[in-house]
Design a protein around this ligand. Sequence first.
Ligand SMILES: Cc1cn([C@H]2C[C@H](O)[C@@H](COP(=O)(O)OP(=O)(O)OP(=O)(O)O)O2)c(=O)[nH]c1=O
Length: 192
Amino acid sequence: MAFILGSGSPRRLDLLAQLGVQPDAICPPDIDETPLKGELPVPYCSRIAREKVQAVQADAGDIVLCADTTVALGRRILGKPENAGQAAEFLHALSGRRHRVVTSVAVRCGERLLQRDVVSQVKVKRLSDTEVNAYLATGDWHGKAGAYAIQGPAGAFVPWISGSFTGIVGLPLSETAGLLQAIGYPLYGEAP
Ligand SMILES: Cc1cn([C@H]2C[C@H](O)[C@@H](COP(=O)(O)OP(=O)(O)OP(=O)(O)O)O2)c(=O)[nH]c1=O
């Protein structure tokens, strides 16, 4: 039985290591992440995580884990910004408001697929142009849903969260541990 991480995110690799899991292989799937017309953030995130885990090639007894993180501002989906201009637009939109961060985790073993959607709330303080520009200059927004990462300099913009800190970073550890145990991964040395 091999454990395959279907993710190119270094955050997810680090978070898995917190569970003591070292993947035998890292195989990020290449799927189309365009939202469907009118699709809401939670169903979108859940669908993308499922499509990711189904797209990874694996042998019958292998365990595959994939996740997707989406920032939801009301009904609006904020994905990874395409450029600094879009990152600035996202940060101004998040300024002074609460939003949700959805991370959906999917694990698969053969035909069995287990999944959890974890929704957290994040409050962003009102941001000045100076703060937004200083953050953009760090480059930390690259590749991050909603154009920020709570575990980096943008942590200073977040006075309050409710939910799963590790879920906001990209892999909710409590729920992920539960999924791995449910699918038969010997977490903590348990017999499968
Ligand atoms: C909101 C937030 C997101 N993120 C990151 C986590 C994810 O890597 C990224 C969202 O993009 P995803 O599409 O979920 O993941 P990815 O493209 O980085 O990796 P893969 O699809 O191969 O698994 O945003 C943070 O690191 N910190 C945060 O606070």
